[in-house]
Design a protein around this ligand. Sequence first.
Ligand SMILES: O=c1ccn([C@@H]2O[C@H](COP(=O)(O)OP(=O)(O)O[C@H]3O[C@H](CO)[C@@H](O)[C@H](O)[C@H]3O)[C@@H](O)[C@H]2O)c(=O)[nH]1
Ligand SMILES: [Mn+2]
Length: 660
Amino acid sequence: MDIFVCTADPKMEPPTLVINTVLSAMSYNYPPEKLSVYVSDDGGSEITFYALLEASLFSKHWIPFCKRFNVEPRAPEAYFSQHCPFLDGKFAQELLAIKDKTVHNQRSQLITFVCSWKKMYEEMKTRIETALETGKIPEETRKQHKGFSEWNLNIKKSDHHSIVQVMAVGILIDGRDTSSVDDEGSRLPTLVYMAREKRPNWPHNFKAGAMNALIRVSSEITNAPFILNLDCDMYSNNADTIREILCFFMDEKKGAEIAFVQFPQNYNNKTENDIYGNACYATNVVELAGAGGYGAALYCGTGCYHRRESLSGEKYSKGDRVQLNTRPKKYEGKSVVDLEESSKVLASCSYEKGTQWGKEMGLMYGCPVEDIVTGLAIQCRGWKSAYYNPERSAFLGLAPSTLEVGLVQHKRWSEGLSQIFLSKYCPFTYGHGRIKLGAQMAYSIYLLWAPFSLPTLYYVIVPSLCLLKGISLFPEVSSPWFLPFAYVFVAKNVFSVLEAMNCGSTLKAWWNLQRMWLIRRTTSYFLALLDIFKRKLGISEITFTLTDKIVTEDASKRYEQEIMEFGSSSLMFTILATLALLNLFTLVGGIMKLFMDFKALEHLILQIVLCGIIVLINLPVYQALFIRSDNGRIPSSVMFKSVVLASVLCLMPIYYNISL
Ligand SMILES: O=c1ccn([C@@H]2O[C@H](COP(=O)(O)OP(=O)(O)O[C@H]3O[C@H](CO)[C@@H](O)[C@H](O)[C@H]3O)[C@@H](O)[C@H]2O)c(=O)[nH]1
Ligand SMILES: [Mn+2]
C-alpha cells in the first residue's frame, strides 16, 4: 500500500497538520514493510521537509504506542485533544477506584505513556512552529539529513511556490532497511518526501501534476499495487481501513473490476448545526451511495483507495486477474541514493513532455476538479468503483470555517464541474454506452451546479421586484393552477427536510443548508459561470485557489458559536448583501401596497411567501449588515455598495405586457 499525501503551501497548510496526517497513515494496522507514505510538497518548503524528519523520529515512539494500546485516532493532535480528560484529576480518581490489579496497571501505564508522548509531541510541535516562524532550522538537525542540502543552492524563499526550483526526493525512512526499527524493535514503514521540479514556464497542473509525479516516483521506489490518496488535512480515523478495503479489491467474484474505493469526506471541525453546510448529510448517505450503486462512485480527491493499474491509465478487460505478489520489484538491490537520483528524473518538469501523462495516463490535466473527471474517465475505461461509508468515519478532514473560504472552494468546484459537462467528457455523450444512465445522471447533478445559478438568480430578483410593482407572476389562490405550484413547493421541502433528518442532520442544519445553497448559487456558481465563458473566449486561464486551512483565533471562535463570518470586502459579499436587501425592500414595499389595496393579496400571495422566505433565510445577513459590531460583520463599504445597488434595482421600471 502506497499512501500519497499532498501539500502545497506551508503557510496555508501548516507542516504540523501535514505530519499529523502522515503519522496517522504510518500507524495503520498493516505490515509496515508493505506500507509506504509519500508526501508531495508543492510548496518545496524546507520546513515541511524538516517537519517530516521530526515526524519520522517521533513515529518510532508513536507507532508502537498506538499499536500496543490500540488507540484511535492515530493523528497525535486529534488523539491528545480527545483524550485530555484522561489527564485531569477526575480520571486519576477513577483510576484509584479500579480494583482489578491488571486493569489498574494497564490503565496507569497508558496514562504514563500518554503524558510522556504528549509532552514529546508538544515539544516537537513547538520546534516546527518556531522553524516556520523564523524560517530557520536548527543547525544540529540540518546535519542529520543530507536532504537539507537541496535547499542550499537554489532557493532561499519557498513562498513563491511557482518559482520554486527545488527538486528533492528524500527517503526519510527506508522500509527495506531492517535496522530502521521503532522503540519495540518492529520495522517502520517507508517515508518519502518529494518536491517535484517547478519552473516558471512549465505548467505544473496543480494537484493532478503532483499526483502524477507521485505515481511515477512511488513506482520506482516501492510500486505497491494499491494507492491511498489523502489531502494533507485528512487524517486516518480508523487504523483498520486498509484491511477493510482490501475486501473490495480482492473479492473473488467482483474484486478484479474495482478501480477505486471512495470514502465520504467527513470533518472533525464540524459544528452542531453546520452553519456553512459542509457536512453534506444527504449527499453522503443518499446521493454518493446511489452513484456507488451503479458501480460509478465519484472519485473525490481524498480518502480514496486506488488500484495502481487503473490510476495509471490501463483499461479493464475481463479475465485480467492481476497477480498481486508477482509485481516487478524494481527497487530491490538499489541503494537509497540511487533510488533518490532515479526518482528525481521522474519528478522533473520535462519528463511528461510528449507523453500521455495528464491525458490517458494518471490524473487528468486542465480541470480544477481533476478528481471527478479522472474518476469518470477510469469508469469509461471499463472499471467499476465502490463507495463505502462505514459507521465510524475512516478519515476526518478540515472543513472551511469561514464563509469566504467555503465560497471560493465552491466556485472552483462548480467551475471545474461544469467545465466537464461542456467538454468532450460530458457524461451523457462520453459516458454513453460506457456507464449506466443512472450514473450519467448522478454525475450531472453536480456538473450542472454553475448553470443552476441562473434560475436561482431569477427567482430571487424577478418575483420580488414584480411584487413591489404589484405585478402578479403566479396563479391566484382560487385558480386550479395554484395547486401544482403549492404541491411542488411543499412536497419538495417536506421531502428534503425528512431526508436530511434521516441522514443525521438537525432541523436547523437543514435550514442553514438552504441558506448556503442560496448564497452559493447566487455568488460562487454565478461567478464560476462567468469565468467559464471567459475561458471559452480565451480571456482567463485555469487556476486552483488553495483552501486556507488556518483562521484567526477570533474567527474560529465565531465559527464555534455558529456566527457567520464576513469580514472582508469580497465581491461575493456585495452580491449576497444586495440580494438580501433587495428582498427586504420589496417585501416591505409589497406589504405596504397590500394595505392600500387588500384585494391584491389574492394574486400576490405566492410572491409574498417567496419574498418572505428569502428575507427569513437572510436574517444573519441583516444582522451582519446592521447589528453586529465584531470583526466578522459585513464591512461598511460593502453595506454602502449593496444599499445603493438594491435601491437602484428597486427603482428600475418594469415593462410588461399581459396578453392573457
Ligand atoms: O498546486 C497544488 C494545489 C493543491 N494541492 C493539494 O491538493 C489538495 C486539495 O487542495 P485544497 O485547497 O484543500 O482543496 P479542496 O477544495 O479542499 O479539495 C477538494 O477538491 C479538490 C479539487 O478541486 C480535490 O483535488 C481535493 O482532493 C478535494 O479534497 C491539498 O492537499 C493541496 O495541498 C497540491 O498538491 N498542489
Ligand atoms: Mn481541502
